[in-house]
Design a protein around this ligand. Structure first.
Ligand code: C2E
Ligand code: CA
Ligand code: CA
Length: 556
């Protein structure tokens, strides 16, 4: 596009030079008038034999003038034709610069001025303008699974479906990738018309796209901002740029709330987004600075009361936020694509810590469904085991039931290759994820972990229903020969009830809160189950103590 514009510029300079030529030709015409006025009468007089012929020099000059004028005229008409072409080319270039080539919609550059002029028109007519930001959900997956050609087709179909629904005079732009914006004016007393429109857009876009006998399913998330009073975050006049920003925030909110839905912009969303951005930046920085560390929760054989293992639970020791729990940072790390890296570092640290514990003590680690999609995951685990000379039988990997719904075939392959290395696999949070009996039977789990919500019910007055579910899970485990761990044991009464229900392992706050590596070291040392002692307290432990101290002061 820039080449085209440069070419147009140079042509315009050429045209400027041609105008100078036109000036010279005009002077030639003037000279023709001057010389012709003297020479032509003399020629006529000579023809009529009424006088001598004109001076040959003047005749030559006249002929030269005539030639110059003819040449000049032709050049001038060529020039006019050329100028016309330039104008057309220039208009085409402008149209190209303002259009998205794939969908023929406006693009990011042109939507802002077009929206501003629509706002001006609407203001004059007593109307409001709604800016609707639309973003396809999981479009990357469509591209990855079906190829870019199908991806392009999905984008074109989406654009056409939106165009078909938008009222006349509306604007539609593709802002890039899978992001669209449409702008409509509406009567402020019928704000519901915007909701109706956006609902229709979401419905239309979610119809499957048929391509070569194949159906591609797609959904869309939307955010709405209007020039109306409800977008009260703006202090000045709301222009296109503001609307785009607010609609974008609302759309992002819709994505966070589960996609395939829309939200109107509200002031609080901007605050949430800022918090979220701060968290993202903090997590990235924390990963580089080694602020993520393993904590450990004891796992006990309920009958002997013996400590048999630890579950590693990630903690973020953030200089700004104190000790942050994984429920906050794991989902963000997953979205940022950092979970593999984060998990790898934590597991490595856990293996290094555990290599100094009594070799009878196992280590369980939690794995995100995203990591199970990594075809190299099993190899990465093997590499870590070898690096730390850690026996695979001491490592247990916990996967949640929700993983099973993602891609059962992939999970089965992964579980099989991990088990072939000697690693054991537990099904975590069992009872919350609706796994079917056939799934359980077809997957070679080494352990089921009863979700703590059922164990908690034993103590919270729902004893009967809680115990029936636990009894059922224990019977299931018996039938499938899979041992069981009960999570979330918080008191002696729950422990006593569980002990009567079968041979179980258990864990929970009754045995203490999850502890840092140093605290585990002290515990195992007391039990005589710590093998060697590092020379001095680690730098990280000093940081944990410092963070706890600061957080305590802040909270107090
Ligand atoms: P989870 O695997 O179910 O881990 C047990 C959670 O329950 C832990 O929360 C633990 O502190 C808490 N808990 C233990 N005993 C009790 C109890 O008696 N009562 C109650 N109310 N809670 C108890 P935490 O550490 O906040 O971890 C939350 C979840 O985050 C974990 O649930 C696990 O799914 C995930 N997670 C933790 N570390 C990692 C990790 O390194 N990677 C991945 N992908 N996920 C992790
Ligand atoms: Ca777990
Ligand atoms: Ca669990």
């Amino acid at each position: 596009m820039t080449e085209k514009i440069a070419e147009l510029k140079s042509r315009r300079q050429e045209a400027g030079r041609d105008f100078i030529a036109l000036g010279i030709i005009a002077s030639a015409i003037l000279m023709f008038v001057g010389i012709g006025g003297k020479v032509l009468p003399e020629i006529f007089r000579n023809w009529l034999e009424m006088g001598p012929g004109p001076d040959p020099m003047l005749v030559n000059a006249l002929l030269l003038n005539i030639a110059l004028i003819i040449f000049g005229w032709r050049r001038y008409s060529d020039l006019l034709a050329e100028l016309e072409q330039h104008q057309i080319a220039e208009e085409n270039a402008r149209a190209l610069a303002e259009t998205d080539m794939l969908t023929n919609c406006l693009n990011r550059r042109s939507i802002t001025p077009e929206t501003d002029s629509l706002i001006n028109q609407a203001n004059g007519a007593g109307k409001h303008v709604a800016f609707v930001m639309l973003d396809l959900d999981n479009f990357k997956q469509v591209n990855d699974c079906n190829g870019h050609q199908i991806g392009d087709l999905v984008l074109q179909t989406t654009a056409q479906r939106i165009k078909d629904i938008l009222p006349g005079g509306s604007l539609l732009a593709r802002l890039g990738g899978d992001e669209f914006a449409c702008v409509v004016s509406f009567d402020p007393s019928h704000q519901g018309s915007v909701d109706q429109l956006v609902n229709r857009l979401i419905d239309a876009v979610s119809r499957p796209v048929l391509t070569g006998g194949q159906e591609v399913e797609i959904t869309i998330s939307a955010g709405i901002a209007t020039t109306g009073a409800n977008t009260s975050a703006a202090t000045g006049a709301l222009d296109a740029k503001c609307l785009l920003h607010y609609a974008d925030i609302a759309m992002y909110h819709a994505k966070k709330q589960g996609r395939n839905r829309y939200f109107w912009f509200e002031t609080g969303m901007e605050h949430q987004l800022r918090l979220r951005n701060d968290l993202e930046a903090g997590i990235r920085k924390g990963l580089t600075n080694g602020e993520f560390i393993p904590y450990y929760e004891q796992q006990i054989d309920l009958h002997s009361g013996e400590l048999v293992g630890f579950e590693m639970l990630a903690r973020w020791v953030s200089p700004e936020l104190g000790i942050v729990n994984p429920d906050i940072f794991i989902p963000i790390a997953e979205e940022l694509g950092l979970i593999g890296d984060l998990s790898g570092k934590l597991i490595e640290q856990a293996l290094s810590d555990a290599s100094q514990w009594d070799p009878a003590i196992t280590v369980s680690v939690n794995i995100s469904p995203i990591e199970l999609r990594d075809p190299w995951f099993a190899q990465k685990m093997l590499k870590l085991l070898v690096k730390h000379n850690f026996p695979a039988r001491r490592l247990e990997i916990e996967i949640t039931e929700t993983c099973l719904h993602e891609n059962l075939g992939l999970v089965r392959t992964m579980i099989t290759s991990l088990r072939n290395q000697g690693i054991r696999i537990s099904l975590d949070d069992f009872g919350t994820g609706y796994s079917s009996l056939s799934q359980l039977q077809s997957l070679p789990f080494d352990r089921l972990k009863i979700d703590r919500s059922f164990v908690g019910d034993l103590a919270h007055g729902k004893g009967d229903s809680g115990s029936k579910i636990i009894d059922a899970i224990i019977a299931l485990g018996d039938g499938l020969s899979i041992p069981i761990t009960a999570e979330g044991i918080e008191d002696e009464a729950t422990l006593e009830r569980l002990k009567k229900m079968g041979p179980l392992k258990g864990q929970g706050y009754h045995y203490g809160l999850p502890e840092s590596a140093e605290e585990v070291r002290a515990r195992l040392t007391r039990l005589g189950r710590y093998r060697t002692f590092p020379p001095e307290g680690s730098a990280m432990q000093a940081r944990i103590e410092e963070t706890k101290h600061t957080a305590g002061r802040r909270n107090g």
